[in-house]
Each structure stands twice: as structure tokens, then as C-alpha cells.
Design a protein around this ligand. Structure first.
Ligand code: MG
Length: 285
């Protein structure tokens, strides 16, 4: 790994004069990129996102597309993305459901879980050999769904009360839709927490665990990987905490102005991933 001695503001206020940091011009070998707000808006392509991904593919740069949404399987997402004009292989999609399954497989292989969620989550858990049951499961795993039932939530609450470990795929309180906000996993988790007094362990962003499992998935190293996202409070902080350099795009939630309100900042802010086309190998100059 190349390092260089830098001085002054590059090093942060806590370190005086000289400090050792990873050079910003170290070659970029791989990319992690958030999906919604970066590559697509719901069912619409962010202009230039196709060219950005094409450049990564043409250069043989490994990349993974990340989403905190655990509703769909990578295959379903691939089809949805193809519809918008993005051709992304199934293997290049990393969901919070896959990250959760990887986490549980590491923690307690061949375990049991009661799942409140959709096929994205149930498929991921089946694939790691988990048995889905409401009979004394190791875990209650909560994911995103559009068909929350009072009955399923009641079952989840009783199982957590009796000692099942409470896991949730992602902390997002709301999600976007054409008609306005939708309650998301974090809001339903709050309901279960209120009833049981127990907080879930959230696997998805901003937990850097999701980034680390994504890096492992493509055999990448944090020092030579860039995380691209549209949110300071999830994508940028998670990338930062996982040891990556970060790019904030302003095609989604966070604006250039909002960056100053956070105690951390991305390595680079650009208007869109389209601005990275032609320089994905050296995005920081
Ligand atoms: Mg996003």
C-alpha cells in the first residue's frame, strides 16, 4: 500500500503537523455503489448511470450495487434494473437481506429463524441452510414488506419476548414511493421494540458490516475501493467507517449544502455518477 506524508488540514484537527494517511491518488481497484438515488430513481435511470457501469465493466473493475431494501432477490432486482436500462449481473447486487444471511451464517450456521419479510429475505436465509419456523427459533428476523400483518408482528413480539434474538435487515424508518412516504423496516422494528423493550441488531447500512461483507464478496480491499452513495447518514458514514474513500452524488437525498452539517465528509462530492465517466480509475485526480 502506498502512503505519503501529508500536512495540515488533510490530516484532521486532532493530529498535529505531519501525519500518515493513505494517498488519495492510490489507484482505485473496485467500487461499491448504492442503488436508489445513485443509479436509479424508483423505475427511472439516473442519466449517465449506464455509461458509468459500462466503463467499470469495460475496464474489468469489480463492482457491487448495494441496496438496504430487503424485499427483492438479486434476480428480481436484476430484472427491475434491466427494465430501467441497466444491465447488471445478479452476482453484482448486494442487498441487506444477503448481508443479514451472511451475518447469521457466520454467527450461528444452520440456525432457525422466524421471518417477517418477503422473498428477498426468505430466499437468502434458505440459501444459507436456515430453517424458517415459528417454533422456538434462534432469531426473529425482520425485513421490508408491503404486507405487514398484525398476526405476524404479534408472533414476532411473543418470540422476542421468549428469548429469540432480534435482527432487522435495515434501520430505514421510511422508504420512497410515487405517492409519498412508506413506513419501512425501522418503523416496524420500533413497534416490536416498544412492545418487548428489546432493540434489534441492524445489519444494513449504516452498519459497516454490510460494507465489509460486500468487500469480501468481490474480494476487494477497503483501501482501494470507493463507496458511492446519495446519503451522508448511511452511505458515506458506512463507507468511511469501513475504511473506504467515499463519493457523494447529489442526485438523491443529500445536498452539497447538507454536507457541512455532518461531522464527517466524503472524499468527493459530484452532481452525478455521470461525472465519474472517463475517470473511474482516478476519481480523485
Ligand atoms: Mg440511496
Amino acid at each position: 500500500m502506498h502512503t505519503t506524508i501529508r500536512t495540515g488540514t488533510d490530516c484532521g484537527a486532532a493530529i498535529a503537523d505531519n501525519c500518515l494517511v493513505t494517498a488519495n491518488n492510490e489507484p482505485i481497484l473496485s467500487y461499491l455503489t448504492d442503488m436508489d438515488g445513485v443509479l436509479v430513481h424508483e423505475d427511472h435511470l439516473v442519466p449517465g448511470a449506464d455509461k458509468f457501469l459500462a466503463e467499470l465493466r469495460d475496464n474489468g473493475t469489480p463492482f457491487l450495487v448495494l441496496t438496504n431494501n430487503s424485499i427483492r432477490t438479486p434476480r428480481d432486482l436484476q430484472a427491475r434494473l434491466r427494465h430501467t436500462g441497466l444491465d447488471i449481473p445478479e452476482e453484482a447486487i448486494w442487498t441487506s437481506a444477503l448481508a443479514t444471511a451472511t451475518f447469521l451464517n457466520d454467527q450461528r450456521p444452520n440456525g432457525t429463524a422466524y421471518v417477517v419479510g418477503e422473498s428477498g429475505l426468505t430466499t437468502a436465509l434458505h440459501e444459507i441452510g436456515y430453517v424458517l419456523t415459528d417454533s422456538d427459533p434462534d432469531y426473529v428476523v425482520l425485513g421490508e414488506t408491503r404486507t405487514y400483518s398484525f398476526e405476524a408482528i404479534t408472533t414476532a413480539i411473543r418470540l422476542v419476548e421468549r428469548g429469540a434474538r432480534f435482527i432487522a435487515t435495515n434501520p430505514d424508518a421510511t422508504g420512497p414511493s410515487r405517492d409519498g412516504l412508506l413506513p419501512a423496516t425501522g418503523s416496524v422494528a420500533a413497534l416490536i421494540t416498544r412492545a418487548t423493550g428489546k432493540d434489534p441488531y441492524y445489519v444494513g447500512k449504516p452498519n459497516p458490516l454490510m460494507m465489509r461483507s460486500a468487500l469480501r464478496r468481490i474480494g476487494a480491499h477497503s483501501q482501494s475501493t470507493v463507496m458511492i452513495g446519495d446519503r451522508m447518514d448511511t452511505d458515506v458514514i458506512a463507507g468511511l467507517e469501513a475504511g473506504m474513500r467515499t463519493v457523494l452524488v447529489t442526485t438523491g437525498i443529500s445536498t452539497r449544502e447538507s454536507v457541512e452539517q455532518f461531522p464527517y465528509r466524503p472524499t468527493l462530492v459530484v452532481d452525478s455518477v455521470a461525472d465519474l465517466v472517463g475517470r473511474t480509475g482516478t476519481p480523485f485526480g
